[in-house]
Design a protein around this ligand. Structure first.
Ligand code: 6PG
Length: 264
C-alpha cells in the first residue's frame, strides 16, 4: 500500500515541513497511527530484517498502543523483529505513572509477543542522568549501527513524536540546553519549567530517521500547531520546528480539533 492509497490523503506542507494528514478525532488518530506503525515496521523488516522504532511519551499515543495490542493489530506488527526505544524519558523509576517506558509496557508492550531483550529502556535509577544518556546513545549505536559509519548517527526506521502546547517535542523544551546539541545522540536536559531533568534524543538523531510521525490531537494544540507549521521560524521558542528529517519522511498526523487554526 502506498501513501497515495491511504485514506485520509496526505497534503504536502510548504517550506519542506513534510506532509499533513488530518483525521476526524482522537480515535481516528489512534487508528491511523496504529495502521502506520504496523505498515512501516513491516516494510522495514521486509527491507532490512529489523525495525528500530522510538516511541513518544505523553497521553496521545496511549490509545494507539492499546490498539496495537488488540487481535485486530497484534498480528500485523513484526514484534519478533522490532527494537523498541523511547525518544525521551522522565527521570523517574519505570514503576512511576510518569514513566514513558512504564506506561508503554503497561498499556500494550506487555500484551504483545515482543521479547524483553528487544525493549530498550533508559536507566533512571542508580546512575547519573548524564551517564544514562551516554549509555543510551551507545545502546542505539550497538543495536542499530550507524547507517553511515562516517557520520556515526544511527538511523531509526520510525520515530513517533508528540508536541506540547509550548511547542516542545520529545524533551526538547523551549530555551533549554538540549536544543543546541549537534553531536551527542541522547542528552540529559534540565527543564527549569518542570524543575526536572529529562532524557531526550537530540534533534540530529531524530532528523536522521527514515520516518518521523508527529501525533497531535485536541483543541489545546491548535494555536501552537498553526504557529509551528505556518508561523515564522523560531525553533528555540518552538522546538518542534527543529524536526526536519535530512533523508526521511515527516508526517504531521493530527485530528480536526488540533488542525482548526491551520490556514487552508
Ligand atoms: C513526554 C513526551 C512529550 C509529549 C508531549 C505531548 O515525555 O511527555 O515525549 O514530548 O509527546 O508533551 O504530550 P501529550 O500527548 O500528553 O499531549
Amino acid at each position: 500500500m502506498t501513501d497515495g492509497q491511504l485514506d485520509p490523503k496526505p497534503t504536502p506542507l510548504p517550506n519542506g515541513r513534510g506532509d499533513l494528514v488530518v483525521v476526524a478525532d482522537a480515535e481516528a488518530l489512534a487508528r491511523e497511527a496504529a495502521d502506520r506503525f504496523a505498515r512501516l515496521t513491516s516494510e522495514a523488516v521486509a527491507e532490512r530484517g529489523t525495525a528500530a522504532v522510538a516511541l513518544s511519551g505523553g497521553s496521545t499515543p496511549r490509545r494507539m498502543g492499546e490498539l496495537l495490542a488488540t487481535a485486530e493489530y497484534r498480528d500485523r506488527v513484526p514484534w519478533e523483529r522490532l527494537e523498541v526505544f523511547w525518544g525521551d524519558e522522565r527521570w523517574v523509576p519505570e514503576s512511576d505513572p510518569e514513566s514513558n517506558a512504564g506506561v508503554a509496557r503497561r498499556t500494550f508492550l506487555d500484551q504483545t509477543p515482543i521479547a524483553s531483550r528487544q525493549i530498550h529502556t533508559f536507566a533512571t535509577e542508580g546512575i547519573e542522568p548524564e551517564l544514562s544518556a551516554i549509555a543510551y546513545g551507545a545502546r542505539l549505536r550497538t543495536i542499530i549501527g550507524p547507517a553511515d559509519p562516517a557520520a556515526g548517527v544511527p538511523r531509526l526506521d520510525l520515530v513517533l513524536l508528540g508536541m506540547g502546547d509550548d511547542g516542545h517535542t520529545a524533551s526538547l523544551f523551549p530555551g533549554t540546553a538540549a536544543l543546541g546539541e549537534e553531536s551527542d545522540l541522547v542528552v540529559a536536559n534540565p527543564v527549569p519549567k518542570l524543575d526536572a531533568v529529562r532524557l531526550t534524543f537530540s534533534a540530529p538523531l531524530i532528523n536522521n530517521a527514515r520516518q518521523v510521525i508527529f501525533l497531535i490531537g485536541g483543541a489545546a494544540k491548535a494555536e501552537t500547531l498553526a504557529a509551528v507549521l505556518g508561523g515564522p521560524e523560531q525553533p528555540t521558542k518552538l522546538p518542534s520546528q527543529m524536526i526536519r528529517p535530512t533523508d526521511g519522511r515527516l508526517t504531521w498526523l493530527v485530528d480536526r480539533a488540533a488542525a482548526a487554526q491551520l490556514r487552508r
